[in-house]
Each structure stands twice: as structure tokens, then as C-alpha cells.
Design a protein around this ligand. Structure first.
Ligand SMILES: [Zn+2]
Length: 241
């Protein structure tokens, strides 16, 4: 069975001091550029979740991988978009719909310097570059901790809000903190999305629930050999479950 890596990035920016609690969530622009160059050189095409779905479903075949960015940081527009354009790759950025133009205040308890999130104009710019706009809820909540109606609101209203910003359908969802359960996946499906990603590690295959897709974490610790190993090792060898 074909296994497809879906890469999970957060920040594409200078890697800060190691005592920053979110140190690992940063990938340096030069490292990101090298990762994309290697995948392109090996004949792989990077795709957004929207573009990747036919491959996941087995309707299309080819050397492809998914590229996703969580939270919607400005540094992704600044540093990742030009690299993606260079290779003609598409990707999905998951935006926190009620926090556009603000910062990652959900990390405030970690006592780190906040990072700016793209505002509505920047989200539109991201979309105009051919990159996908996905939802990461309204305010980066822990969905399983909410009453079902409130969780549903986070899933549905974030989609509507982002569709209003970009004036096109939003079909991809990402559970904040990777927190989910099967009832939430059903809510995501019923809200009109076509896919959703987790933080669970692994390569995706057609066997996976399209509303609970595993991803490959890329962090500041991910050296180039490790990156290639993570991407190119068969799913059957690596699945934890
Ligand atoms: Zn997030």
C-alpha cells in the first residue's frame, strides 16, 4: 500500500535559544529550503491537503507528499511561501480563525515571546499564491474538553469565517494539540470538510480515516538525513499503532 508523508511544520524562522519552550517547533528557513530541494530532487511534489486527497484515496498515483503549517504564523508567509513557489509546491496552512492578525496567546502560559499570526490580508495573499487555507478552530482550543455544541461551533464557525476571508471553500481541518476523538471527526465531516490531520506520527495511507490523518513532525531537531528517513521509510515499518 502506498504510504504518503504529510509534513507538519509550525514556524519557519530563525531557531531561537534552546531554553525557549517552543524551540523545537521552529525550522530555520535554510533547513526548510534544503528539505524542499531534496524532495524535489528525488522527484517528489509537495502538495496541499486539498491537492493530496486524490492520492490518499488512491484515485491518482505519483511521487507526492503533503506539506502543512499549523497556526498561521507570518513567518510561514515570509519564509516558506517563496520556497514553495520556487518548486511549484502547494501546501496547507491551518489558521486560527478568531485570532487573525493577533498572536499565539494560547501559548502564553509557557512564558515565551508571542509570534504574530497572519491577518486577513495576509491570509488572502497566502491563498492568492495557490496555497491552501485550512481551519485550526476559532481560538486554538482543546476540542475534547468542550461540550459537543461548543466544539461544533469551533469547527463550523471557523470554516465559515475563513471562507468569508478568502471567498472560497475551506475543506481542510487540523485539531489543535492533536486532541480529537471519533465523534469530533464526525462533526468535522458533517461540517463540510473533506479531511483533517492529527499530530500523531506516521505516514498516511488509504487505510487511514481521512478525518484522522497522521503526520510527520519536522522540528529544529530534524537533521536532513533524519528528515529523508522520516519521509521515505515505508509506513508499515514506522506506524506505532
Ligand atoms: Zn496549533
Amino acid at each position: 500500500m502506498r504510504s504518503i508523508p504529510i509534513l507538519m511544520y509550525h514556524h519557519i524562522d530563525t531557531v531561537p535559544a534552546r531554553d525557549d519552550p517552543l524551540w523545537t517547533l521552529r525550522v530555520a528557513p535554510s533547513a526548510f529550503a534544503a528539505q524542499m530541494r531534496w524532495m524535489a530532487g528525488l522527484g517528489y511534489r509537495g502538495l496541499s491537503m486539498r491537492d493530496l486527497l486524490p492520492y490518499l484515496r488512491g484515485e491518482k498515483a505519483g511521487k507526492v507528499f503533503g506539506i502543512t503549517f499549523d497556526d498561521g504564523y507570518c513567518n510561514v508567509l515570509e519564509h516558506a511561501a517563496p520556497v514553495l513557489a520556487q518548486w511549484g509546491f502547494t501546501s496547507t496552512c491551518y489558521f486560527v480563525a478568531a485570532k487573525l492578525g493577533q498572536s499565539n496567546d494560547w501559548d502564553a502560559h509557557l512564558n515565551i515571546a508571542p509570534t504574530r499570526l497572519m491577518d486577513a490580508d495576509q491570509v488572502r495573499r497566502w491563498a492568492s499564491l495557490g496555497q491552501e487555507v485550512g481551519s485550526h478552530t476559532l481560538d486554538h482550543c482543546h476540542l475534547p474538553q468542550l461540550a459537543p455544541a461548543l466544539a461544533g461551533e469551533q469547527i463550523v464557525a471557523s470554516r465559515t469565517a475563513l471562507e468569508t476571508v478568502v471567498q472560497s471553500p475551506v475543506v481542510s481541518f487540523c485539531y489543535p494539540y492533536g486532541d480529537w476523538h471519533p465523534a469530533l471527526a464526525a462533526t468535522v465531516r458533517d461540517a463540510g470538510y473533506s479531511n483533517a490531520t492529527l499530530t500523531e506520527r506516521g505516514l498516511a495511507t488509504a487505510r487511514d480515516d481521512p478525518f484522522a490523518l497522521p503526520r510527520v513532525t519536522v522540528s529544529a531537531f530534524t537533521t536532513l538525513p533524519k528528515f529523508l528517513f522520516k519521509c521515505l521509510t515505508r509506513a508499515e515499518d514506522r506506524r506505532r499503532r
